[in-house]
Design a protein around this ligand. Structure first.
Ligand code: ATP
Ligand code: MG
Length: 366
């Protein structure tokens, strides 16, 4: 197949891990006879320097032409004040393309299970997929406020107060819940919907929508779970979950909690899906869960697996190339099983190697 992939490597370790992921995509294209056109542009600090904004309008226009975006990381020190900040790039991409469903799979690899804070017997069989609502909720407040700008702190008499607004509309809930049920259909057919319906009105509406969407998917078993219960059960029995769907803030916290099951932040991929259809699936932005990690940047020390697995998600969700995606994941698993480690996972034993060598070993396995 032909596909156009927009690559935005960004700051810190972003470029070096993204390079490895791009080379994996090129290897997949060669092996399976696809033609991927890769277009690269600046984002984050370099974009601020070159274009005066964390992402240029022209870059956004190029992204709109693409089937998917492969993103590295943004972050870095800017002057205080109202100037542009590198993180605004992600924010603009999310709003511009209405990326409403944030997917974070967590599957501890056998070779690393000892590196997890949990006992191996607790982790056995863990393979879960978080679907976090990404476009609404507390982070957005009222529709009239500037997205991402925290509500003002104001004075009332001699005290200060601050208000955040948690607003969800029926369709914002419906589209993400539908995504979760559809994805569950391709996995173990189970959905856990997480909310706080004993306290929050938005959660009561959330439940109603879940119940309606669930009726359209009789093949999927599902349950409601309170967020506090979920926080506990993720540690107590992570293997019980298949797909977990939840609103923005709960998802932010629970996905960080769940990510630790996998051993290192450098291992974890993510996808942020929109609703525009592509020939093979839906348009999305794919990035490792970790940030720009400036402390280890440009030293060939970063773990590229999160970025490589993000490329696998791109193949699966935006291009519909399921066997190719599974092959990339199997190659990563094989490299780990052979004992090769970047330093963040070297505590699991094995041979310590650098970013580039780990990437090339994944391609060799492919
Ligand atoms: P940002 O502000 O961009 O989020 P950060 O430093 O706050 O950057 P991360 O980039 O997530 O956050 O890094 C957190 C810690 O995890 C750092 O010590 C970093 O070195 C480590 N880390 C992050 N990504 C990787 C990786 N790919 N491989 C190895 N270590 C990583
Ligand atoms: Mg960070």
């Amino acid at each position: 197949m032909n596909a156009l992939i927009m690559v935005l490597p960004g700051d810190g370790t972003g470029p070096e891990v993204t390079d490895q992921a791009v080379e994996v995509l090129e290897t997949v294209a060669e092996l399976y006879g696809h033609r991927f056109t890769i277009r690269t542009d600046l984002v984050g600090m370099d974009a601020i320097e070159a274009y005066g904004a964390a992402i240029a309008d022209d870059t956004l226009a190029d992204c709109a032409q693409a089937d998917a975006i492969l993103f590295g990381a943004v972050g870095g020190l800017t002057q205080v004040g109202d100037g542009p900040r590198p993180e605004q790039a992600l924010f603009r991409l999310r709003t511009e393309f209405e990326l409403f469903a944030n997917l974070r799979p967590v599957r501890p690899f056998g070779a690393l299970i000892d590196a997890s804070p949990l006992k191996p017997e607790y982790l056995k069989g863990t393979d879960l997929l978080f679907v976090r609502e990404l476009s609404a909720g507390l982070y957005y407040g009222h529709l009239e406020t500037v997205p991402g700008k925290p509500s003002e702190i104001r004075r009332r008499g001699n005290r200060m107060e601050a208000i955040d607004t948690l607003l969800y509309t029926e369709d914002q809930i419906e589209r993400v819940v539908r995504t979760a049920f559809e994805l569950a259909g391709t996995r173990r057919r189970n959905v856990t919907s997480v909310d706080k319906a004993n306290v929050l009105s938005s959660s009561v509406l959330w439940r109603r929508v879940v119940e309606r969407v669930a009726r359209e998917h009789p093949e999927v078993t599902w349950e409601h779970m309170l967020v506090d219960t979920c926080a506990m059960r993720l540690i107590r029995n992570p293997a019980e979950f298949d797909v977990v769907v939840t609103e923005n803030l709960f998802g932010d916290i629970l996905t960080d909690e769940a990510s630790m099951l996998a051993g290192s932040i450098g291992m974890l991929p993510s996808a942020s899906l929109g609703s525009r259809r592509t020939p093979g699936g839906v348009f999305g932005l794919y990035e490792p869960v970790h940030g720009s990690a400036p402390d280890i940047a440009r030293q060939d020390r970063a773990n590229p697996i999160g970025a490589i697995l993000s490329a696998a998600m791109l193949l699966r969700h935006s291009l519909g190339l399921h066997p190719e995606a599974a092959a990339v994941e199997a190659a990563v698993e094989a490299v780990l099983a052979d004992g090769f480690r970047t330093e963040d996972i070297a505590y699991a034993g094995g041979t310590a190697i650098g970013t580039a060598e780990l990437g090339s070993r994944v391609r060799e396995q492919l």
